[in-house]
Ligand binder design. Structure first.
Ligand code: ASP
Ligand code: MG
Length: 417
């Protein structure tokens, strides 16, 4: 039997009517001849509520109990979905993570898959079951405790099952009808993409296009799982949504596929750091130890500064805005203990990051020039630039973020298919 994985996110199973709506989509695939593994999220808002209850009960909570509580949202949806399918005459049953079993590491709250043995589910399919409804986001540790995979983890569960069971495709049903060239709330010219390459999706996912958990895209890329994002609120068929696929399956790619943004960024600059071997490691080592997620880094050209024994430089880096205090503390402590020296730490918390992404950049020159020209035409000042093979990112004043996204969307003619 050909097999499909269908994943329904929180908004797609938010109440009993929506669960029924999702179940009908599953039934349609069964009628087309598929065996289906359905991965469900908790009903929308449920996981937040559960997390809240844990935090209200215990400030320094036991991470194993956090997982035991927070994983329960998915159990409810899985059971309800199986019941609804049975009511519709579709042979279905639910599976909690431990029943499969979905073996994970014991990193509670951010566990990773170790193995997903197929035997139990395969046996049920062989007996005539048509749909296995599996609770997303959870697993079981080697110690036999319930684990969770990190917020948004059901996407990753879905891809892992698609890989483990050799599914023809992994369909991610959500509240949007696909992946867009940029956020449609910022420009009405945003266009749904028919296809996007794994690598592009990875950049867009980690840049804040919140459609898919980044890890799910990494996993799909590694195992070449065809991943489709589509709406559970619309009539859908074979051609709906956006297919996230291998580069080779994209016939014609544009230079830039999408414009991503991340609003909550901060820029930190260490003024006059001694410029000597080991200085970068002396700065970014303590930041890493403090759990600060550094993104862009720029080191200025060295200057011989008056009043300093050797050459000095300025080091600028960006961090998520909610990590500024932690980063500052790490730097002040490193300075106090003599690991680094600097004159001043300057913070700019009014910045945002805007990026253009596209595999076409690998073979095209002048993309950066075109990007900078578009921003210049709008008088948007660029504060930091970072590039990779398929991405160019700039840090700009937050108040110009929307303007910059619109200008870049126009400049690269993303409204045209
Ligand atoms: N319910 C979990 C969350 O909200 C997992 C998921 O839906 O992907 O993070
Ligand atoms: Mg999600």
């Amino acid at each position: 039997m050909p097999l499909l994985v269908m994943k329904f996110g929180g908004t797609s199973v938010a109440d009993l009517a929506r669960i029924e709506n999702a179940a009908k989509k599953v039934q349609a695939e069964v009628e087309r001849g598929y065996d289906v593994i359905v991965i469900v999220s908790a009903m929308s808002g449920k996981t937040n509520e559960l997390v809240g209850w844990v935090e209200q009960t215990s400030k320094l909570y036991d991470a194993r109990e956090y997982d035991a509580v927070v994983a329960s949202g998915e159990n409810v949806t899985a059971g309800l979905m199986a019941l609804r399918l049975q009511e519709m005459g579709v042979p279905a049953r639910s599976w909690q993570g431990w029943q499969v079993p979905i073996n994970t590491t014991s990193a509670h709250g951010s566990a990773r898959f170790v193995s997903i043995p197929r035997e139990n589910i395969d046996r049920k399919f062989a007996e005539g079951m048509k749909v296995a409804v599996v609770a997303g986001f959870q697993g079981i540790s080697p110690e036999g405790r319930i684990t969770t995979l990190g917020r948004g983890g059901s996407d990753t569960t879905a891809v892992a099952f698609a890989a483990a069971f050799g599914a023809e495709r992994c369909d991610i049903y959500t509240d949007v009808d696909g992946v867009y060239t940029t956020d449609p709330r910022i420009t009405s010219k945003a266009r749904r993409l028919d296809r996007i390459a794994f690598e592009e999706m990875l950049e867009l996912a980690s840049l804040g296009a919140k459609v898919l958990q980044t890890r799910s895209v990494e996993l799909a890329m590694r195992y070449k799982v065809k991943l489709r994002v589509l709406s559970s609120f619309e009539e859908t068929d074979e051609t709906s949504g956006t297919l996230v696929c291998d580069e080779e399956d994209i016939v014609e790619s544009k230079v830039v596929s999408g414009v991503a943004y991340s609003r909550d960024e901060a820029k930190m600059t260490l003024i006059r750091v001694a410029d000597r071997p080991g200085v970068a490691s002396a700065i970014f080592g303590p930041l890493a130890e403090a759990g600060v997620n550094v993104d862009m880094i720029v080191q200025n050209i060295s200057e011989k500064a008056a009043g300093h024994s050797g050459a000095t430089t300025d080091m600028t880096f960006s961090v998520p805005i909610n990590q500024v205090a932690r980063a500052r503390k790490a730097m002040e402590e490193a300075r106090a203990s003599g690991i680094i020296s600097y004159d001043e730490l300057v913070e700019d918390t009014e910045v945002a990051k805007v990026s253009v992404v596209g595999i076409g950049m690998r073979s095209q020159v002048g993309v950066a020039a075109r990007m900078f020209a578009a921003l210049a035409a709008e008088n948007v000042n660029i504060k930091v630039i970072a590039t990779s093979e398929i991405k160019i990112s700039v840090l700009i004043d937050r108040k110009y973020m929307e303007l910059a996204v619109q200008a870049l969307h126009d400049a690269f003619e993303l409204e045209k298919g």
